[in-house]
Write a protein that binds this ligand. Structure first.
Ligand code: HEM
Length: 206
C-alpha cells in the first residue's frame, strides 16, 4: 500500500468529525434541538467531503503529488458514509421513525426528493468504486463516475432550498463547486500551466 500514513491520517480525520458531533449532541452542546443540529452537520459534512473529493484530481495535477489520488476513493466512500448518517439522523430525530409520515414530510420538505436523487447517484458510485467494477465496466466506468458533477449540483440545490434566507455559507460552497467543475473543462484546464499535459495515474496500487 502506498502512502499508508497519509491514508490512515485521512481515515482518522474523517472519523473524528462525526464522533465529535455526536458527543457534542450528547452533551447538549449543539443548541436546543441537537437532533436537527446533527442532521445539518452531517449534511454539511457530506457536501464538504464531496467538494474535497472533487478537488483531489486538480490538486494532483497542480502539485504533481500522486498522494492526492491515493485518497480519492476513500474520500468518496466517506462522503457516502456521511450521507447515510445524514439520512439516518433525519429518520430518527425528525421523522421519529414514523414512516407513515413520509408522504406528509415529502410534501412539506420537497427538497428531500432532490437530496434523495443525489443519494441514489452517490450509491451508484459507491457500489462501483471497487476495482472489479472498474475492470468490468471499462470505459463506461469513467462515464458513470461523471455523475459526480450532477451530485454536486443536486447537493447545492438541496441546500439552497433549505437555507434560502441566509445564503452566505451556501455561496461559498457554490463558488468552490463551480471552480472545481470549471477546472474539468479541457479548454480551461489547458490554460493552467501545471494542468497542461499531465496525466492522472490511472490506478494507485492499494
Ligand atoms: C448527497 C446528498 C445530500 C447532501 C449533500 C445533503 C446536504 C445537506 C445540507 C448541506 C443541508 C443543510 C444543512 C444546514 O442547514 O446547515 C441539509 C439539510 C437537510 N437534509 Fe440533506 N443532503 C443530502 C441528502 C439528503 C437526503 C437523502 C435526505 C433525506 C432524508 C436529506 C434530508 C435533509 C433534511 C431534512 C435537511 C434539513 C434539516 C433541517 O434543518 O430541518 N438530505 N442537507
Amino acid at each position: 500500500m502506498r502512502y499508508p500514513l497519509w491514508r490512515i491520517g485521512v481515515f482518522l480525520a474523517a472519523c473524528v468529525a462525526p464522533v465529535w458531533w455526536v458527543y457534542q449532541a450528547w452533551l447538549l452542546a449543539l443548541g436546543p434541538d441537537p437532533g436537527k443540529a446533527l442532521v445539518d452537520l452531517f449534511g454539511q459534512g457530506t457536501l464538504v467531503l464531496l467538494l474535497i473529493t472533487l478537488a483531489m484530481t486538480p490538486m494532483q495535477k497542480l502539485s504533481g503529488w500522486p498522494g492526492w489520488i491515493a485518497v480519492r476513493r476513500q474520500l468518496g466512500l466517506w462522503c457516502f458514509a456521511y450521507v447515510v448518517l445524514h439520512m439516518s439522523a433525519y429518520a430518527v430525530f425528525i421523522l421519529g421513525l414514523d414512516w407513515s409520515q413520509l408522504g406528509v414530510e415529502l410534501a412539506k420538505r420537497p427538497y428531500i426528493i432532490v437530496g434523495s436523487l443525489a443519494f441514489l447517484c452517490l450509491l451508484a458510485l459507491a457500489v462501483t468504486s471497487n476495482r472489479y467494477s472498474q475492470r468490468r465496466l471499462g470505459a463506461r466506468w469513467k462515464k458513470l463516475h461523471r455523475v459526480v458533477y450532477a451530485i454536486v449540483g443536486l447537493g447545492l440545490l438541496h441546500m439552497f432550498w433549505i437555507v434560502r434566507a441566509d445564503l452566505k455559507q451556501w455561496a461559498i460552497y457554490a463558488m468552490i463547486g463551480a471552480l472545481l467543475l470549471m477546472l474539468r473543462i479541457p479548454a480551461i484546464a489547458r490554460r493552467i500551466p501545471r494542468l497542461k499535459g499531465q496525466k492522472t495515474p490511472a490506478v494507485i496500487k492499494a
